[in-house]
Design a protein around this ligand. Sequence first.
Ligand SMILES: [Zn+2]
Length: 315
Amino acid sequence: MEEYPRSLAEFEAWFDTEQACRDYLFRLRWPGGFRCPRCAGAHFWPVRSVLMQCQACGHQTSVTAGTIFQDTRKPLVDWFRAMYWLASQKNGASALGLQRVLGLGSYKTAWTWLHKVRRAMVRPGRERLNGIVEVDETYLGGLEEGVRGRQTERKSLIAIAAQEDGAGIGRIRMKRIADASADSLMPFLAETVEPGSTIHTDGWLGYLPTEKKGYVHRVTFLKGQKESASELMPRVHRIASLLKRWILGTHQGAISHEHLEFYLDEFTFRFNRRRSRNRGKLFYRLVQQAVVVEPAPYKSLVRCAAAAADANHNR
Ligand SMILES: [Zn+2]
């Protein structure tokens, strides 16, 4: 059963204490009842207010252990507010926005939180796209035109897969790739599209082994045709332009290429749920995924938070 707040007022009424947040996490993490992470035992003794000790093996755990909330010194109430706010921003959120809304002391904290929550935007083991899927690559950053398929210092190459849904777009997947060779594109296909599906690409050589990898390959050659690329592959081109507009609009173009994956994940999360009217449901999905995602590699986040803070300072 999906249990989520239907309005901001309901959200505030539900999650006004640490205990209320913990109970909610508990229900989302163990919908079928407690399971010891070590031995899968179903029974525990409560230890103080936050720990649970397995009755079978004695292992102590908490509802936040092994999740993105692990080792946090901030109240869960604040985390929940950050996640609700993130879910209710139609066009995504910036660290500066989060800092203002939560009244966080430092930009660095806001930045780190956002990146931790973004990790929860990809559900582990999510299903792959299927049916007919358009696939193409696009560059992000840098204005200069280059030779196709090479990443430069100022540009990142992004592979985009967009599922056809009648004339519209179904679900999408995106990933930063090293280059547009078959060695980079084929693993992207394997990761994002169900074998047996139809892959629609242009005539680029990197897609040559597509059929050998178990897909039906539909190729549209652009050369010599009157239509432009955006007419022949309308879905991926629409995604690419929305992505670029989003990065310029919400983030003023100021995202580091090193952390591009996080932003691609947020864009994909929002795009694939764009028809969901209820923001509370988005919040629910986010929390649900947050309790199954491993804690962020904190050191790597911090190193980049410092860089982000500097960049922000200089802006
Ligand atoms: Zn146990």
